[in-house]
Design a protein around this ligand. Structure first.
Ligand code: PMP
Length: 362
């Protein structure tokens, strides 16, 4: 048997851990910020009909330019966006990887504000891009001053602002994005994976006119309840889309993915109908945990970062034993919990309450 250390792996991948949130088949899975509601039946039926039609043509390669899907995405985002400004790939992770392939690489750098999405440094290593982590303040909120100072100091080739930020939930103010764009000459990504859950902030797509280095990345994996299909997308200047075409693999979006996503967008209202309930479950979870003595960080997303656990790994393990999966991201004293259905939220609240003060079994 050969082990990884016997192989001539690229230097910048040596010692790295693959992304790997547990995927246990448990009754209550609240660990990867999915929308835990199933998609509506009438939408499922329409998607299946679209797939049935698409499958009759799979002897041919799919539309390389996914024209119909880009038109649908432009229509969904609104704000006067045209299909030439839209791009998509198999999850927004792939979109982010393509951005790094096009604008990062050896001798170039990516800056992000930590704690933030754990894939950013992994995507940086995979593309041989230097990663520059800059720590957020204690409340995790970014300010124009902090962001401008970091970008002026490091002058990265690419910066990512995640709003709302994973894993903290922290919303992102428009003034921060505007100040960041003006503070450096590199490409600025706003990662809006959780945007639909944030009732307070307008999408950064409204900032695109006149800002050709700005890219707004979105996904159907979260609010849209479509994680299994793998469809992430991006809105940017058409020239940015031309750059991504240089690095995408030929026909990277399968005909079935294109058909399923286009059909789902036809039913955007029905697909997003659970968002209001998820927000209210998040707020109910927050109130319950505060009552139990935990510190809950302000969240504009479908999850909460919760502090006050005496031994987060022990609490994570105790809940896992009961069939409840949440996330330990190694932030001291903290765990992250996705807001699920009403029943799932009740189950996790009751289970944490039963563990006693600080999540330690008494
Ligand atoms: N960005 C953020 C902030 C995320 O949390 C995630 C998923 N956890 C992604 C991007 C990628 O999601 P997907 O590839 O499913 O679109």
């Amino acid at each position: 048997m050969t082990s990884l250390s016997d192989l001539p792996l690229r230097d910048n991948l040596v010692g790295k851990e693959p992304y790997g949130a547990p995927q246990d088949a448990v009754p209550v899975s609240l660990n990867v910020n999915e929308n835990t509601h199933p998609i509506p039946e009438h939408v499922a039926i329409d998607i299946v009909q679209s797939l049935a039609h698409a499958v009759t043509d799979v002897n041919r390669y799919p539309d390389r330019e996914f024209t119909e899907l880009r038109e649908a995405l432009a229509g969904y985002l609104g704000h006067g966006l045209i299909p030439e400004q839209l791009w998509a790939a198999n999850g927004s992770n792939e979109v982010l990887q393509q951005i790094l392939q096009a604008f990062g690489g050896p001798g170039r750098s990516l800056l992000s504000f930590t704690p933030t999405y754990s894939m950013y440094p992994l995507l940086a290593s995979a593309t041989d891009t230097a990663w520059i982590p800059v720590e957020r303040p204690a409340d995790y909120a970014l300010t124009p001053e902090l962001v401008v100072a970091a970008l002026r100091e490091h002058q990265p080739d690419i910066a990512i602002l995640c709003g709302p930020n994973n894993p903290t939930g922290t919303p992102l103010d428009r003034a921060v994005i505007e100040a960041a764009y003006d503070a450096f000459d590199g490409m600025l990504i706003v990662d809006e994976a959780y945007h639909e859950f944030d009732a307070q902030h307008e999408s950064a797509v409204t900032l695109l006119p006149g800002r050709h280095r700005l890219m707004v990345s979105r996904t159907m994996s979260k609010a849209f309840a479509f994680a299994g299909v793998r469809l992430g997308y991006l809105a940017a200047d058409p020239a940015v889309v031309d750059a991504l075409r240089l690095v995408r693999l030929p026909y990277h979006l399968s005909a079935l993915t294109q058909a399923a996503a286009t059909a789902a967008i036809r039913h955007a209202d029905a697909m997003l109908a659970t968002v209001a309930d998820i927000r209210s479950q998040r707020d109910r979870l927050a109130e319950a945990l505060v009552q139990l003595g935990y510190r809950v960080h302000d969240s504009g997303a479908n999850f909460l970062l919760v502090g006050g656990f005496a031994d987060p790994e022990a609490t994570f393990a105790a809940l896992r034993e009961q069939g409840i999966l949440i996330r330990n991201l190694s932030i001291p004293g903290h765990l992250r919990i996705t807001a699920g259905t009403e029943a799932e939220t009740s189950t996790v609240i009751a289970a944490i309450a039963a563990l006693g003060v600080g999540g330690a079994r008494s």
